[in-house]
Design a protein around this ligand. Structure first.
Ligand SMILES: Nc1nc2c(ncn2[C@@H]2O[C@H](COP(=O)(O)OP(=O)(O)OP(=O)(O)O)[C@@H](O)[C@H]2O)c(=O)[nH]1
Length: 377
């Protein structure tokens, strides 16, 4: 099964259900589609002004680039409407006998849409912006749920495309990847999955079990190291993580390793300690390579929803976060938080996790994600 199929299946299987929400949104207040005879000669595809609605505000400065693709969108969705509105010949040809329900895109519908996106953890600001872009030039038109899904998917794609970047690989040996995140976010699993993929790509990888205070975390990492066929360097329980990081650098250099992945503790309860611990790790590895760490990956758990936003803020203060990995996108109603993260921070999203197995991690693809999120194929 391709990763996209898996992503779609798992996002759909989950309680995310934005797609179903959009169906209901249109269905609940849809007016019956006029028969062909009732349709005006020109099918009314040109945007009609919505009675009593204020004109759309001009885009804010800095949003020009953003709103540009949105204006192009009608061209993509209108053929769908035209076909749907004319079930006659085309509908029969393609086996479509019934026209889709349509609802007028008005203030009330936009409010409902906005509310739904907020419920899906897209965040208020992002939900407002997405809704405004969908409304632009379309107020007063009748819209079907598949058109709405296409519009939403392209809005989400537009927001996510600039952040969909695989983990950059540098010629530097070893490339040091510091992995940070709160306990339980999926750091260990992500390190295991990444190590396995890099190994499969012919890279020589070393892992350092930097959360030296939790024996269970170290054991877990060893299990993943075995699975991935990668050595895991450990230190006695309670020993200094920075000293382990230094030893790991030495070993990785001696082995000619391509990548050194360093796991770290995620105790946010004592922020000051954690900040000092991370700073010390960085100081020590810079003695060996002043340009390290080359990546600081923040691992976030999608099931924490909006909390992921405050985790990014916190970790940006603790470490120089260079990119994100979002785990546990399976089984969550909160996939929309990724859109909020991209919109707010613009940090690269290197990969997403949709399960506990070794191959349940893949590069983040904006379009695939957007379509899976809104329930489109
Ligand atoms: N469903 C699902 N579970 C995941 C995913 N990634 C990690 N997990 C599970 O989440 C739990 C925590 O993952 P860990 O990798 O141990 O998290 P951690 O951040 O290293 O946690 P500590 O070791 O406590 O610091 C484990 O049970 C994993 O199997 C994912 O993408 N989907």
């Amino acid at each position: 099964m391709s990763f996209f199929s898996k992503l779609r299946e798992r996002l759909t299987r989950s309680s995310s259900k934005i797609g179903e929400g959009l169906d209901d949104l249109v269905k609940d207040s849809a007016t019956p589609e006029p028969s062909r005879a009732e349709l005006p000669e020109e099918t009314g595809l040109a945007p009609a002004p919505a009675p009593g609605l204020p004109p759309m505000p001009a885009p804010l400065e800095g949003e020009l680039v953003r709103s540009e693709p949105a204006r192009v969108e009608p061209a993509r969705v209108e053929p769908v409407r035209e076909e749907a509105a004319r079930p006659g010949v085309i509908g029969r040809l393609f086996g479509r006998s019934e026209a889709e329900p349509r609802r007028e895109l008005d203030d009330e519908m936009l409010e409902e849409l906005e509310e739904m996106l907020i419920q899906a953890d897209m965040g208020v600001e992002t939900a407002l912006r997405v809704t405004a872009n969908i409304a632009e030039g379309r107020l007063g038109r009748k819209i079907s749920s598949s058109e709405l899904k296409e519009l939403l998917a392209s809005e989400v794609t537009r927001i996510m495309t600039p952040v969909a970047k695989p983990l950059p690989i540098y010629p530097k040996k070893p490339q040091v990847v510091l992995v940070v995140g709160v306990n339980g976010s999926g750091k260990t699993t992500t390190i295991g999955k990444l190590a396995s993929q890099f190994r499969a790509a012919g890279k020589n990888v070393v892992i350092a079990a930097g959360d030296t205070f939790r024996a269970a975390a170290v054991e877990q990492l060893q299990v993943w190291g075995k699975r991935a066929g990668v050595p895991v360097l450990t230190a006695p329980e309670g020993s200094d993580p920075a000293s382990l990081a230094f030893d790991a650098m030495t070993r990785a250099e001696a082995d000619g390793a391509d990548l050194l992945m360093i796991d770290t503790a995620g105790r946010l309860q004592n922020r000051q300690d954690l900040m000092e611990e991370l700073a010390k790790i960085v100081r020590v590895i810079r003695k060996k390579d002043p340009s390290a760490p080359h990546n600081t990956l923040l691992v976030l758990d999608a099931t924490t929803g909006q909390n992921a936003l405050s985790q990014v803020e916190t970790f940006q203060k603790l470490a120089d976060v260079s990119g994100l990995v979002m785990t546990k996108l399976d089984g969550t109603a909160r996939g929309g938080v990724l859109v909020a993260l991209a919109d707010r921070f613009g940090l690269p999203i290197h990969a997403i996790g949709v399960g506990e197995q070794i191959d349940d991690l893949d590069a983040f693809d904006a379009r695939d994600f957007a379509r899976a999120l809104v329930g489109l194929d």
